[in-house]
Write a protein that binds this ligand. Sequence first.
Ligand code: PLP
Length: 379
Amino acid sequence: MINRKNYFDYAAATPLCDEAVEAMKPYYQDKYYNPSAIYLAAAENKKSLESYRQVIASGIGAKPAEIIFTAGGTEANNLAIQGVMNDHPGKNIIISAIEHESVIEPANLFICKTAAVNKQGFVDIEKLTKLIDDNTLLISIMYANNEIGTIQPLKKISGVIKKVTKERLSKNIITPLYLHCDACQACNYLDMQTSRLGVDLMTINSGKIYGPKQCGALYKKTSVNIKPIILGGGQEKNLRSGTENLANIAGFAAAWQEIRKTQKDEALRLSSLRDKFINQLQVKLPNATINGPVKNLRLPNNISVALTGFDNETLAMMLDESGFMVATGSACKAASSKPSAVLRAIGQPQGSIRITMGRQTTKKSLDDLLKALIKLTTT
Ligand SMILES: Cc1ncc(COP(=O)(O)O)c(C=O)c1O
């Protein structure tokens, strides 16, 4: 039996919460009807679908019509980027140097410029501003980084966008400039109000918030036009065809309601555990370097550590043998022992261990992890 307390890879996957499981159950064998069908039972499902949309919308201060359900974060990022860029051919996009692959790959289908980050992973706003030209249509900057936990200054970036938009209007340039934000790692702990963040599009991910995987949503402000990338029966206002996965969406909405209840307390609890762990690590293992920023500028649940003289992949495997599940970078690139693109972008020349915490993490489990790390790296 796996000891979930020794699981430290919540950035890769979270277990389903009980509330999500309960919300999903009816849609498998009881209320399995296609929400688009004509009979009353199906219409009930359609109503439920809209109620789940309302839950997500109100949680981010959006209108229900601004929520497009997708099969996860990757799809929502693709829809945002390809959707906006395909609607205005010939324009360019700017992304940060530490985006997730599901942003980098679609962005590279278009003219794409990369904004550098500093040693802690923060986007350099001055350099970003210099990259914007009259043909820049979209800026895609993640809310919080999945590997090193850096929380980007989105409000400042949206301020730059507002300024550029004003200047464009005064020059009669009609190309809009939109801000998309990949918030997959942020939902559990950070402010998600779209108006406060100043985003035009935002990706959220059920699989990271104790809801089902392959489920998420793209927030798209009403004024933003996008082209669909999945064509078919016209579901989700023609922007994401395919029969809705109501079980997943129900689980997503239930998980969302749960994280909203515990958000502040969990953020405080995990930040405190994180800071104590980092302090002890630095005292006991002087060859350890923490990647990313400190304290409240990094995700409460993220610790990323490079240990000089140790191969991160070997170390992760040794920890696994001792009963501790950690990551070496993002889960998608787990097979590589080289420093990831994110680590390279912040000037970290060596691979690292990523420890991400969640609901089942306790002080004892972290103390045990630290002991195991010390044992494996000093004996
Ligand atoms: C920041 C970020 N964006 C996007 C994704 C992709 O999400 P999914 O694999 O659920 O499609 C992830 C997943 O790890 C992520 O951490």
